[in-house]
Design a protein around this ligand. Structure first.
Ligand code: DC
Length: 225
């Protein structure tokens, strides 16, 4: 066992727009843990490829870019090779691109160690699709966070409108369905609900309630009072 594997991990996996990011960040804050937004890595790769005119289907070129990316997360902002790119990677286009680049096994291998390096003292909360299955199979607590696809589409629609973007509910719903299909049906590390994962369905639950459930489950698992 290396020193790194001693630090506890809470893995929160689930489909797009289920609220994983907000929930994971708050759980991390509650325990003073580090936070890994693994979807951001795939979004960064989609963005980097786009700026270099590399197709999202070009597996070997993507894997090459992935190992060379200089990624920095700082105070909630994301930098790629020194450039502040937070807003560029949060678009629907890069969400779609992330889902496309993520199907390639070579890409997933290239990003494996980058993700494992986030495991540091005193612990980590990671969110994504394969955090509990592939990246940290020894996570102390595994959560499958989901919500009905219509609820997720409505939340994504509200989010885009609130930040002043244009949005069309039906297009978002269709995109989410396609992304769900791609993320769950790919052969390499598909999104699955693991048998040992706790199911948190946020269709009728707010972020704070989901966070509380996970905090309580973690305390129970580790016998913290
Ligand atoms: O969590 P997100 O919506 O930012 O993720 C964008 C895409 O990245 C998602 O559709 C699939 C891919 N992804 C992945 O394959 N594995 C992860 N651990 C995280 C994201």
């Amino acid at each position: 066992m290396t020193e790194q594997t001693l630090w506890p991990v809470i893995a929160i996996d689930g489909p797009s727009a289920s609220g994983k990011g907000s929930v994971a960040e708050l759980v991390a804050k509650a325990f003073g843990f580090h936070y890994l937004d693994s979807g951001a890595l795939y979004r960064l790769l989609a963005y980097a490829a786009h700026t270099q005119s590399v197709a999202w289907s070009n597996e070997s070129a993507l894997a090459d870019i992935a190992v060379k990316m200089d990624i920095r997360f700082e105070s909630g902002e994301i930098y790629l090779n020194g450039e502040h790119v937070s807003a560029y990677i949060r678009t629907e286009q890069m969400g779609k691109g992330a889902s496309e680049v993520a199907v390639h096994p070579q890409v997933r291998t290239a990003l494996l160690q980058t993700q494992r390096n986030f495991r540091k003292s005193p612990g980590l909360v990671g969110d994504g699709r394969d955090i509990g299955s592939v990246i940290f199979p020894d996570a102390i607590l595994k959560v499958f966070l989901t919500a009905g696809v219509e609820t997720r589409a409505q939340r994504r629609y509200d989010q885009l409108i609130n930040r002043g973007d244009r949005a069309d509910y039906d297009t978002i719903l269709d995109d989410l369905k396609q992304r769900d299909l791609r993320d769950t049906q790919r052969s390499s590390a598909p999104l699955i609900q693991l048998p040992d994962a706790m199911l948190v369905d946020t269709t009728k639950m707010n972020i704070a309630q989901a966070v509380d459930l996970i905090i309580e489950a973690y305390k129970k698992t580790t016998k913290i009072t």
